[in-house]
Design a binder for this molecule. Structure first.
Ligand code: ZN
Length: 275
């Protein structure tokens, strides 16, 4: 097991420290992201999203780990560790102005950062600052093949979906209500099978257990969650009252997913996917 007593970015070989190929890459990425304007918190999130472990016993990263990497002079060489960060890069990262130059997030963006996901891999989208100073939404697994999406474009695409929904409020309502509950023929079949197994002189516990579990899942399939039904009614009501905007978005959307073509899909609070 590799202990984290060795500075991150290095490995021990033939009685000396050498750069670890993948870890030193991570160190360099941390520096360039930070200089590009990405916050330490966002870097932590990025590292944890991509699943890069800090060490074999500490899988996840925290702000302190990233902060230490950004301020550790050993990365510029001169000691027992060979240089992997240029002096110039190190100085730029450690300039105070750099730390202060963080654009405040609007409520909309803060909300979107929680709710925007990649449709293909399911990971949270990452809002990256580009060289031109703009921010773009990307999947760190590179699932999205279209051009990285700008803040405004993402928000407009969602609003457009909400306008479409407004013209078709029936699409967010559930199709049937609690009163419609009835046992499906399949669930009934499992119930009969349970009856039969129980009446046997020596029923197999394992078999019985599996039939019971199957039966439960079949029974669930034909149930309608009344909670969902209530939420659907609320969503329909909100839609008829409010113009499509951020408040409505927050009220009715549970999740925003961007597919590989850059198309937006909304999942509503009642669990319904709306195209
Ligand atoms: Zn993805």
């Amino acid at each position: 097991m590799k202990l984290r007593t060795i500075l991150y970015g290095y490995t021990f070989q033939n009685a000396g420290y050498i750069p670890d190929p993948s870890e030193s890459n991570v160190v360099q990425s941390i520096y360039s992201e930070y200089i590009g304007g990405t916050t330490i918190a966002e870097i932590v999130k990025w590292l944890n999203t991509t699943g890069i472990p800090y060490s074999s016993d500490k899988k996840t990263w925290n702000k302190n780990m990233v902060y230490r990497i950004l301020t550790d002079t050993r990365y510029i060489g001169g000691g027992i560790y060979p240089q992997i960060i240029s002096k110039e890069l190190f100085e730029r990262a450690n300039k105070k102005e750099n730390i202060a130059k963080q654009e405040p997030l609007t409520d909309e963006l803060r909300w979107l950062k929680q709710k925007a996901f990649c449709h293909a891999c399911g990971k949270q989208l990452y809002r990256r600052r580009m060289k031109d100073g703009s921010y773009r939404w990307i999947c760190l697994n590179k699932c999205i093949k279209s051009k990285p999406i700008r803040d405004l474009d993402l928000q407009n695409m969602i609003l457009e979906k909400l306008s479409l929904l407004k013209d078709h409020p029936e699409s967010i309502a559930d199709d049937f209500t609690v009163e419609d509950f009835s046992l499906s023929p399949e669930a009934r079949k499992y119930e009969n099978e349970i009856e039969r197994l129980i009446s046997e002189p020596n029923p197999s516990y394992q078999l019985l257990k599996s039939v019971v579990l199957d039966c439960v899942s079949k029974r669930y399939d034909c149930c309608v969650n009344s909670g969902t039904y209530e939420i659907s009614k609320e969503l329909t009501a909100a839609l008829s009252k409010e113009p499509p905007g951020f408040d409505l978005m927050k009220k009715i959307c549970e999740k925003i997913a961007v597919d590989e073509n850059g198309e937006v899909h909304l999942t509503l609070k009642n669990g319904k996917d709306c195209i």
